[in-house]
Design a protein around this ligand. Sequence first.
Ligand code: IPE
Ligand code: IPE
Ligand code: MG
Length: 263
Amino acid sequence: MLADFAEVVQPGTREESLLASLVWERLPRHVAIIMDGNGRWAAQRGQPRIAGHRAGVEAVRASVDTGARLGLGALTLYAFSTENWKRPRLEVDALMRMLRRYLRLELDEIDRQNIRFQAIGRIDALAATVRREIARATERTAGNTGMVLSVALNYGGRAEILDASRDAMQRLLREGRKIEDLTEEDIAEHLYTRGLPELDLLVRTSGEMRVSNFLLWQAAYSEIYVTDTLWPDFRRLHLLEAIADFQRRDRRFGGLKLVANAK
Ligand code: IPE
Ligand code: IPE
Ligand code: MG
């Protein structure tokens, strides 16, 4: 795996030593990122918020590239929440425009890296121009077998659980089963993230200690990593630091720490 980084990581750098210290068998299978802090990044420079979003695209590129080189099973990026419609129209439009542009410009590279793209959220409510770009990227990469890149758009964790519960109930009734028969698996099978590995690591940039309606179901036992770095400054080094930190965690899932010969 280190070989996958040979062309982009310089010898003697902190990135190289982090890569060398990773335990490859214990990489997180699924990493999700709440990409936050674009507005503050711009404000610090006396620029409009939109300049922060534009700068954030480079951080998306770096994270996707790093995730693919590491061989993660899934990378899920929170790009637009069901609550972000509250923002000024100009900002919302700019975000949608940037998303379209990102997909147009990056599709070849995404495909080349064997990444399978999908959008998760209430996609039907997005503008037709955005949906078209999403459909193109999804179809073009549908046969790819590497990392699954999910971009969360008009995404809300509560909306997702509600939608999944409704769909699960409908199937249940169709199959003649009773409401008491509904299981966690029934719901999980109808989430947008069905088929993806368990969410191991949830990263948030810009120091905010909240989940802001992201992956509420999936994060039940995820490790959470918050960095003060603002999203536009986030690069390969920061993602590697998050993963190295993840590997130092003691995951118990409600049980007890595994100790050799414990009775
Ligand atoms: C994250 O940055 C991008 C989106 C939510 C779309 P913000 O725009 O939330 O930046 P801050 O949090 O105001 O700094
Ligand atoms: C969360 O960031 C949503 C995305 C990153 C897309 P917000 O900036 O919208 O969250 P709050 O308002 O700080 O909770
Ligand atoms: Mg924010």
